[in-house]
Design a protein around this ligand. Structure first.
Ligand code: G5P
Ligand code: MG
Length: 222
């Protein structure tokens, strides 16, 4: 029997840098569980859970959800899929969250998408999202087959409330002050891998090649 090491990865990058888009490609090829903190929060808002109702205004204003709530939510999810590999998207976003994760799991690799803020602002105004699955579209880059509807389910797409230009500016500010220090945290642990560019399709082959190397190496040492 071939033992395969469980891969535990994080994808980081500013709001709109392409984390969701790239995650979709990674999970298709490498079969990891995709855990997106934003998708989980938006599902709670849609279902009008107690958490969703409490956090909606915070998210709509482009502020971060409190660390304790976020860490508990994600770590609970991770416990449920403990024995298989995962890709975390949108978590951790502060040093406190990174430390909470570290107490329970060792992260093998952190993929950092480094995309200029000007590119991001243009992208987010034309993003359309399928809330139940988290699938994202863009009227220029990857339009849905039928405008306004999800390719797989045919359900309606929506524009996120936090994609308004003033909220995007606040989210980018919070990224600089609260999330960029997390990059340094992982750099010092030697697990950070940065991919720079303005187009996902140009960055993607480098990420894919990197992950193939990483996966085959981890299978050899398993
Ligand atoms: P989220 O949901 O984690 P963000 O702000 O980190 O939100 P976001 O906005 O989901 O990140 P993304 O996933 O990095 O962006 O990017 P994406 O959706 O794949 O791509 C953006 C758009 O660009 C899409 O339309 C896509 O089609 C298009 N695109 C991709 N590549 C290209 C390209 O090459 N060219 C072009 N033209 N377009 C392209 O978090 C939301 C909120 O939840 C709370 C916070 O309030 C946060 O603001 N939250 C947390 N709070 C505390 N702690 C945490 N850990 C939290 N996690 C979430
Ligand atoms: Mg996303």
């Amino acid at each position: 029997m071939v033992l395969q090491k469980v891969i535990r990865a994080v994808i980081m990058g500013a709001p709109g840098s392409g984390k969701g888009t790239v995650s979709g490609r990674i999970i298709k090829i490498f079969g990891l569980n995709h855990i997106s903190s934003g998708d989980i929060l938006r599902a709670n808002i849609k279902e009008k859970t107690e958490l969703g109702l409490l956090m909606k205004s915070c998210i709509d204003q482009g502020q971060l959800v409190p660390d304790a709530i976020m860490s508990r939510l994600i770590l609970n999810d991770l416990r449920r899929i403990d024995s298989s590999g995962w890709l975390l998207d949108g978590f951790p976003r502060t040093i406190s969250q990174a430390e909470a994760l570290d107490h329970v799991y060792t992260v093998d690799t952190v993929i950092n998408l480094d995309v200029p803020f000007q590119t991001i602002k243009e992208r987010l105004t034309s993003r359309w999202t399928h809330i139940p699955s988290g699938r994202v579209y863009n009227t220029d880059f990857n339009p849905p087959k039928v405008p306004g509807f999800d390719d797989e389910t045919g359900e309606p797409l929506v524009q996120r409330d936090d994609d308004r230009p003033d909220t995007v500016t606040r989210r980018l500010k919070s990224y600089e002050t609260q999330t960029e220090p997390v990059l340094e945290y992982y750099r010092s642990k030697g697990v950070l891998e940065t991919f720079t560019g303005t187009e996902t399709n140009k960055i993607w082959p480098h990420i894919e090649a990197f992950l193939h190397r990483k996966f085959s190496l981890s299978q050899r040492v398993a």
